[in-house]
Design a protein around this ligand. Sequence first.
Ligand code: ADP
Ligand code: MG
Length: 707
Amino acid sequence: MTEITLRDLAAIPIGRLKGVGPKKEAALEKVGITNVLDLVTTYPRRWVDRTNEARIADLVPGEEALVLVTVRSVTKRTTRNRRTMVNVNVGDGSGRMDLVFFNQPWRERQLKEGLQIALFGKADTYRGGLQMSNPVVDLIGDRTGRIVPIYPQSEKAQINTWEMAGWIEESLRRCAERGIADPVPASILREHGLADRATALHGIHLPEEIRQKEIARRRLAFDELLRVQLVLVLRKRLMEREQRGIAHQISGELVDRFYTALSYDLTGAQKRTIAEIEADLAAPHPMHRLLQGDVGAGKTVVAVATMLAAVEGGHQAALMAPTEVLAEQHAAGISELLAGVTVPDPGNLFGDRPLRVELLTNRVTGAERKDVMAGLADGSVDIAIGTHALIQDKVDFASLGVVVVDEQHRFGVEQRAALRDKTVDGTTPDTLVMTATPIPRTAAMTVYGDLDVSILDELPPGRTPIKTHWANGPLMETGVWQEVRDEIKAGRQAYVVCPLIDESEKLEVASAQETFERLQHDELEGLRIGLLHGRLTPGEKEQTMEAFRAGAIDVLVATTVIEVGVDVPNATVMVILDADRFGIAQLHQLRGRVGRGEHASVCWLVTQQTEEENPRVEALVSTTDGFALAEVDLDLRGEGTLMSTAQKGRSDLKLASLRRDRKLVELARNAAFEIVDADPLLAQHPQLADELDLIFSDRDEEFLAKS
Ligand code: ADP
Ligand code: MG
């Protein structure tokens, strides 16, 4: 008899289990459990240790604790102000206590006399006895054993934790005869002190002591991470083997001319990063590199040097931005940086012609568009800057050598892949993905696991630190406007960012308009105020920006269009209204618009008055380090948002956490390299290969492949 694999488990429908009739089967299906694999990978959400929890007699009023009790009686009534109130009397060997639930009428049905439950909450003294109000309740049912696993339960689907426990126990018992296969090489398990799979599955569901469940969790989380890393590493190695890239000829002449024209020296981090990129460009296989750099770290220069290296070798370069506004800003900025740079042109009398940079977005139309397209096709456009319009099928490049994707904080995976497919006679252009949102290293390994990573971790010298304050409520806001006035009197300039309105540019523009008018007639009366938002024409935007740059506007009221690319060193005040509506990364980006000159800068985060804590705003106040903020962001949001569509469904990280399991992510990544580099097609590891096939749907794999 061969050992049971995950695929075998997935082939056993849930209805085959004792006690799962058609009704339960339908209920389980509703929560996404159709087979035994789904069942045994539904892990407990908590474990209650019967011998270690408090007894009623031990409870200290005012302190939170977990107690295991039996329900004695339940009554329901409606209070004078029409709230329902369920009173429950519970007890254990040591004493009795009352529970009270407000507005949870269903508790009456849930908590039957004689039922064992685990309660988590704070007990208080009430009329001489102990009482808990609205505690967290876990039903334990009639489970025996020292440690009771508590499964996610569904009121709606009518599945109890002890039913889940029973079915899982039965499944594992039936597996025991044949044994559960372990596809991970024993040497790797040994090296990292990981339990075998059968032990782990048993330990997570039926631990005899808490320590067993910890050991089990580590192994099962490792499996989840290893699978993701295997897919990514397989893909990475495959691309390296199969894709033909351009071995760029880099003399350095053009790039050197560009450096000489710069008014500053490159930072050490910029030099190091550019060297890493140039090595990739010169190699025969295509580059797939991620450039992470905090706001203001100077990514643009790196992007430009990368593109020039391609141009120098006789190829073209493209830069793709996530929005038209950003593309326009990049085009303007980069054209300025490259003004006066010439490229060798044998067909020209002087042997040289000006480097040609063009913008291509959906707003470039008519004859202008035709002209740019023709230039891309015949090679006379050296650098194209645009949006996704750049990857439309109709756009032909003579010889696209490098693609820079400026993702900001969007992970525009599909687009990146499409651009990469713009190949010329079977070669794949080198790709550099830039992100302004630092993401923690281990998260980067997963989200961008098939890319190499460069980090710009050094800010250019001469930056003045930005002081950040939280203005909570109208009283403090008044002070903010006074400070804006003072700074402007001292010759500085300010930004005011208007509230973010999800999903609606129209509403956002309306609110910016309103803020603009209010400030003009009220708080900032008499100052020269400009308005910038996404609905203006490029011409209007450029005019406003130019006026602000030139100092003809004191205060620029704007939507988030100013998030990136805007660089006015004399602007020293940033006011962000309704700051609590923005994410950490976005606030950090916006704040990065100030602190770019010699004068001290300040950022005000304005919120409507609230008593509550505001961890995101507080994080911004406490640090300006983008990588530190990224860690906080990951802590606050959890990894769900980071993983986006990549790990939905079965391939979800159920136990592993990119946040808590940083070490394990690295272990898994190293193990994946170890396995794949010794066995590139997993021919020696058929069970592992089969598992990937089983767990990752084609869509997942495509996604992972495309990143
Ligand atoms: P990022 O895109 O990484 O946020 P930018 O490329 O916009 O940053 O650069 C921010 C500012 O820093 C720009 O004004 C740029 O001219 C300037 N800068 C970039 N590199 C250097 C450097 N090595 N020394 C001084 N200033 C620099
Ligand atoms: Mg190359």
